[in-house]
Ligand binder design. Structure first.
Ligand SMILES: C[S@@+](CC[C@H](N)C(=O)[O-])C[C@H]1O[C@@H](n2cnc3c(N)ncnc32)[C@H](O)[C@@H]1O
Length: 220
């Protein structure tokens, strides 16, 4: 069982399923429903191949990748989130390009290699062995392929956390993500950056968020 921000104890699967069942905005989504800007920026110039997305949520990134010719495996712990993505994939004629996999990444081990492995905002207010998961993600990158890790560089407003919240999971810098990956020789860092991202919330207010972006390539 994991410690949640409100002081209760919630298992990750239970927490995320409840989040996706109950916390949708007017759009019917928990998140924006739009592909992450950093994913677009980092992937747009790559030749499509096979992609694995970790913590895909409602699948906005998976759908964008599939629409650009990638064959995608999207993993998330929430069956409800995946069902939202799968319905959109059917509507958009992309169903045969995305495999939606419900799994807990804490116990997941890759059984194949991919040209691109992405983890965008794989953060959680409940238990998440992020460093271990990202190390396993790196082991799923095919020779010549890439791992892209996008994350929060600072706690977003209304996340329930602040820099002074002792219970908040720490937010690593791209350098810290890189170090924690413990990559062997034969990897090249292609992007290691903090990126500003202005976002307009449901209340109409715009705030500037900071994203961490790390893209590494396994030499082929
Ligand atoms: C902050 S959301 C990000 C969703 C999506 N990548 C995006 O950028 O909108 C984190 C996602 O990780 C998923 N997640 C959290 N813990 C997980 C776990 N142990 N195994 C698989 N997915 C998990 C959640 O269900 C959620 O969809």
């Amino acid at each position: 069982m994991a410690h949640s921000t409100d002081g209760t104890f919630t298992a990750p699967a239970e927490f995320w399923e409840a989040r996706y069942l109950t916390n949708r905005g007017e759009s019917g989504h928990v998140w924006s429903g739009r592909v992450n800007a950093a994913v677009v920026h980092e992937v747009i110039g790559l030749t499509p191949g096979t992609a694995l997305e970790l913590g895909s949520g409602e699948g906005a990134d998976a759908l964008w990748l599939a629409a650009r010719g990638w064959t995608v495996t999207a993993i998330d712990i929430s069956a409800t989130a995946l069902a939202v993505g799968a319905a959109k994939a059917t509507r958009d004629g992309l169903a045969d390009r995305i495999d939606w996999v419900q799994a807990d990444l804490s116990t997941w081990h890759p059984s194949a290699e991919f040209d691109l492995v992405t983890a965008a905002f794989l953060h959680s207010p409940v238990e998440l062995a992020r460093e271990e998961i990202l190390r396993r993600a790196a082991s799923a990158v095919a020779p010549g392929g890439r791992l892209l890790v996008v994350g929060h560089g600072a706690f977003p407003p209304k996340s329930g956390h602040s820099e002074h919240d002792c219970d908040a999971p720490p937010l690593p810098t791209p350098d810290e993500v890189l170090t924690s990956l413990r990559l062997p020789d034969g990897w090249v860092v292609e992007t290691n950056a903090l990126v500003d991202r202005p976002v307009t919330g449901r209340d109409g207010k715009t705030v500037n968020l900071i994203d961490t972006v790390l893209r590494v390539r396994r030499e082929g």
